[in-house]
Design a protein around this ligand. Structure first.
Ligand SMILES: Cc1cc2nc3c(=O)[nH]c(=O)nc-3n(C[C@H](O)[C@H](O)[C@H](O)COP(=O)(O)OP(=O)(O)OC[C@H]3O[C@@H](n4cnc5c(N)ncnc54)[C@H](O)[C@@H]3O)c2cc1C
Length: 559
């Protein structure tokens, strides 16, 4: 039996409603169809729905399963783009990070970053000070977050693991840490709350035209197996690494094309890599790598190498592993890290706009919009950080195209001050007080103080819904031998965030496959049994989802 609170979630964004949503979309003509449920597509769906457009989004894997769950997980102005003299990118993304933070303090956290410099290195006190000053200015950094310059002693005090030989000092400045997949989900969930329809495991396999004008798409349900024809006045191709595939489908892949480069991150337990302080450091080959502490782990990355394999399946390989271990052992020499110390990893693909003759790390991260003769609008490149501005530009273009059809212009974008789902916590200033208050509510709902706080932090203003679910989840939790908090999170993921497989839950909904591997190993069978009950899987379905999760767990540690 479902409680009335659960009934309320079903219909909003439940995995049980996927097929019904697709059937209902097939019966209408939407204003805007977005292909791709990464951060770019999610941002466009939110911008469009708040400007009054009937909006639908289809994603062929899980939401954020492409690049948007595989980044360095920073909302940042891209300090390194100063080196490439990309002042506009630095200014826009730098300013946007304050907006992203204010609208969703539950998924974004300020993090002081140390930028050490060494005798004979690329950076020295002068260049670092100049770069960081320019960064503070261009990105309009808040006064209390302006950079500081540290001498060698102060630098080592902040991070004693750093190589001390040749250390001259460090810059100290603020980046913002995020959970990229949860950011994507919260942006998309807000769009759904405001009336958009978004369905995962729904792949566009063909396009439909009225004469020469694009008018719809064929969508294949990768879980239910059905095929649907969706009609739309405008179609946006926000498929990241797959942008050229959709352009090819539209026979409009001309001019600029994509170049995919792979970036890998490795995760270590804090016991083995006890980093206190986030560090952004030079590698011996002249690149820059981040080392970031998070949730009892330390992760480091990234690599940047050309990629020609299957975009749906990038993974860590021997070269990536040895490159990152060498970089870590060079900067933190006392650790002596080996492949056996790697607890998890992820690999992502940057959908960059091809610039002939450039090294992967030197290619611009600027986004570009392509409009095809059929009306297909494609967007590629960009950063997580700039997603809102990218979305605004795309929907502005939709507005101009509507005007060309003698329809009224759309109202201006409203997302600058719009909280994403879970972000109604009184802004960044109100967040800590909100967490304290909700932690109390979680304890009253029967959770331990740590679990209650973890849920309050992760889900922000949606935490009360999880606590309600916890109250009604005792039998469910007991039946499957799950802790109450995990049972509530699982039910929320399935009923309110469309999690359809164990990998959806362990990777995109909770990030645990990267940051709590022992927890995944401990609870994966119970979670799979619980999902089988919630989603009414056949025995075959459960077996294939379990196999997929086991494969992902193995790939995270084995090159
Ligand atoms: C290693 C690495 C580190 C990075 N670090 C940062 C960082 O710290 N900060 C930052 O701001 N940016 C960072 N970025 C950049 C950022 O992650 C990307 O710009 C962003 O995630 C791209 O999002 P997207 O939505 O365009 O693409 P994706 O997230 O890949 O989404 C595209 C989606 O389209 C779907 N799709 C494809 N074809 C179809 C189809 N036919 N039908 C339906 N759906 C389809 C895919 O399944 C996919 O989910 C990093 C990127 C990488 C690779």
């Amino acid at each position: 039996m479902r409680t009335s609170a659960e009934q309320e979630y079903i219909g909003a964004w439940s995995a049980l409603e996927r097929e019904r949503m697709l059937q209902s979309l097939a019966g209408e003509t939407v204003d805007l169809l977005v292909i791709g449920g990464g951060i770019t597509g999610a941002g466009i769906a939110l911008d469009a729905v708040t400007r009054g457009l009937r909006t639908a989004l289809v994603e062929m894997q899980d939401f954020a399963a492409g690049t948007s769950s595989r980044s360095t997980k920073l909302i940042h102005g891209g300090l390194r783009y100063l080196k490439q003299l990309e002042f506009k990118v630095v200014a826009e993304t730098g300013r946007e990070r304050a907006v992203v933070y204010e609208n969703g303090p539950h998924v974004t956290t300020p993090e002081w970053m140390l930028l050490p410099f060494y005798s004979g290195g690329q950076l020295g006190p002068f260049t670092s000070r100049l770069g960081l000053t320019l960064y503070d200015y261009l990105a309009r950094v808040k006064k209390d977050e302006w950079h500081k310059m540290l001498n060698a002693r102060e630098t080592l005090e902040r991070e004693p693991l750093l190589r001390s030989e040749g250390l001259r000092g460090g810059g100290y400045y603020v980046e913002y840490r995020t959970d990229d997949a949860r950011l994507t989900l919260e942006v998309l969930k807000r769009a759904v709350e405001l009336g958009a329809t978004a369905v995962n495991y729904a792949a566009v396999t063909g396009l439909r035209y009225d004469g020469t004008r694009l008018s719809g798409a064929v969508v294949q349900d990768r879980i239910g197996g059905g095929e649907y024809e969706l009609r739309a006045r405008h179609i946006i191709n926000a498929t990241g690494p797959w942008v050229d595939d959709i352009r090819e489908m539209d026979r409009s892949k001309e001019g600029k094309t994509l170049r995919l480069t792979k970036g890998v991150h490795l995760v270590f337990d804090q016991e083995r890599f006890p980093l206190r302080q986030a560090v952004y450091f030079d590698t011996p080959d002249g690149r820059m790598v981040f080392a970031i502490p998070r949730d009892g782990k330390t992760y480091i990355g990234t690599t940047d190498t050309d990629y020609a394999g299957d975009p749906g399946h990038p993974r860590m390989e021997e070269d990536d592993l040895s490159y990152l271990l060498d970089a870590a052992n060079y900067m933190f020499p006392s650790l002596g890290l080996t492949p056996r110390d790697v607890e998890s990893s992820w690999a992502g693909l940057r959908p960059l706009i091809r610039q002939e003759g450039k090294n992967p790390s030197d290619i611009s991260r600027k986004d570009e919009i392509f409009l095809s003769p059929s009306g297909l609008i494609s967007i590629a490149g960009g950063k997580l950080t700039g997603y809102r501005k990218m979305a605004e530009r795309v929907v502005d273009l939709v507005s101009r195209r509507s005007q060309a059809d003698d329809l009224p212009a759309l109202p201006a974008s409203r997302t600058r001050t719009l909280a994403i789902s879970g972000g109604d916590v009184g802004g960044s200033a109100g967040y800590e007080a909100y967490v304290r208050q909700q932690t109390e509510a979680g304890i009253v709902a029967g959770l331990g103080p740590d679990e209650a706080e973890r849920i309050a932090r992760r889900y922000g203003s949606n935490a009360p819904r999880l606590f309600e679910l916890a109250v009604g989840s005792r039998d469910f939790a007991d039946r499957h031998g799950l802790p109450l908090a995990l049972a509530a999170e699982l039910r929320y993921a399935v009923l309110a965030e469309m999690a359809a497989t164990p990998a959806d839950f362990w990777i995109r909904r909770t990030g645990r496959l990267f940051f709590d591997r022992p927890g995944v190993l401990r609870w994966k069978d119970a979670v799979s049994a619980a999902m089988a009950e919630l989603l009414r899987w056949s025995g075959g379905q459960r077996e294939s989802y379990d196999r997929e999760l086991d494969r992902l767990l193995a790939e995270a540690v084995e090159p």
